[in-house]
Design a protein around this ligand. Structure first.
Ligand code: NAP
Length: 243
C-alpha cells in the first residue's frame, strides 16, 4: 500500500521538524518545506530515510504563491497526491506596535496570514477528499501580551481563515483546524530572552513548564488521525493551561 502524503511547512527546525518525525512515524510520506535552512532540512530527510521512512525536502517561501504551487507540484511528483497539510511556518519578532517598521508588519502578515492563505487556496483543489489541514496560531491570541500586537493580529487572522475554510470544505470530508501553542522551547521562543524571562513564562501555566515540540506534534498527530476526525473548524490551544 502506498503511504498517505503530508506536507509540513517550516519543518527544517523547531516544532515543524518534530511534526515531520511524528507523522513519518505515524506512516506518512513527508514533504519537509523550509525557507533557508537547507542543511537542517537535508539532515532531517537523511535521518528519516535511514529509519525507513519516505521523506523529501522542498525549499519555498510560504509567502510566495508560486513557491507554494511548486511545493505541491514537487510533492505530487515525488510522493503522490497530498492528504495532510500542516501550515506551521512562522516567525516571532516581538516589539511594541509603535516600534514596528512597515517591513516587520509585512513580514508577519506575509508569512503567517498570506502563507496560510496561499497554502489553503492551493489545498482547496489539490488535497485528497478526506484530507486533514492543521494551521498554526498561538495562545498569545488569548493573552494579548503587550509587545505582540502585530504577531497576534497575524495569527488571529489565521484562526479566522481556519474557521471559514472548514465550512468551505463542506462535502469533501476534509477537516480544517488550528493548533495554538503556548510557549514552546524552540529558537523562535528562546531567542533574545533572558533566563529569568524564560523561567517566568515557564511557570505561568498550572503545569509549570515550557511546552516541548513533542507536546505539539502529538496534538497534530491526533488531529490528522482517524481518532481526531470529528474535530473540525476548531482552534485547539495546547499550552499546559496557560489561557
Ligand atoms: P522555529 O523554531 O523558529 O522554526 C520556524 C520554521 O519556520 C523554520 O523551519 C523556518 O525555516 C520556517 N520558516 C520561517 N519563515 C518561513 C517562510 N517564509 N517559508 C517557509 N518556512 C519558513 O519556530 P517554531 O517555534 O517551531 O514555530 C512553529 C510555529 O509555531 C510558528 O507558526 C509559530 O508562530 C508557532 N508558535 C510557536 C510558539 C513557540 O513558543 N515556539 C508558540 C506559539 C506558536 P527556515 O529556517 O528555513 O527559515
Amino acid at each position: 500500500m502506498t503511504a498517505q502524503v503530508a506536507i509540513i511547512t517550516g519543518a527544517s527546525r523547531g516544532i515543524g521538524a518534530v511534526i515531520a518525525k511524528q507523522l513519518a512515524a505515524d506512516g506518512y510520506a513527508v514533504a519537509i518545506n523550509y525557507a533557508s535552512s537547507a542543511t537542517e532540512a537535508s539532515k532531517l530527510v537523511v535521518e528519516l530515510r535511514q529509519a525507513g521512512h519516505q521523506a523529501i525536502a522542498i525549499q519555498g517561501d510560504v509567502a510566495k504563491s508560486a513557491d507554494i504551487k511548486r511545493l505541491f507540484d514537487k510533492t505530487e511528483a515525488q510522493l503522490g497526491k497530498v492528504d495532510v497539510l500542516i501550515n506551521n511556518a512562522g516567525i516571532l519578532k516581538a516589539l511594541p506596535l509603535a516600534q514596528h517598521s512597515d517591513e516587520l508588519y509585512n513580514q508577519n502578515f506575509d508569512i503567517h496570514t498570506r502563507g496560510t492563505f496561499n497554502a489553503l487556496r492551493e489545498a482547496a483543489t489539490r488535497l485528497n477528499d478526506g484530507g486533514r489541514i492543521v494551521n498554526f496560531s498561538s495562545s498569545t491570541v488569548g493573552l494579548n501580551f503587550p509587545g505582540y500586537a502585530v504577531y497576534i493580529a497575524s495569527k488571529a487572522a489565521v484562526e479566522s481563515l481556519t474557521q471559514v475554510f472548514a465550512k468551505e470544505m463542506r462535502g469533501r470530508g476534509i477537516t480544517v483546524n488550528a493548533v495554538a501553542p503556548g510557549p514552546v522551547a524552540t529558537e523562535l521562543f528562546l531567542h533574545g530572552k533572558s533566563e529569568e524571562q524564560i523561567q517566568g513564562m515557564a511557570k505561568m501555566p498550572p503545569l509549570e513548564r515550557l511546552g516541548q515540540p513533542e507536546d505539539i506534534a502529538r496534538v497534530v498527530s491526533f488531529l490528522v488521525s482517524p481518532a481526531g476526525g470529528w474535530v473540525n473548524g476548531q482552534i485547539l490551544r495546547a499550552n499546559g493551561g496557560l489561557v
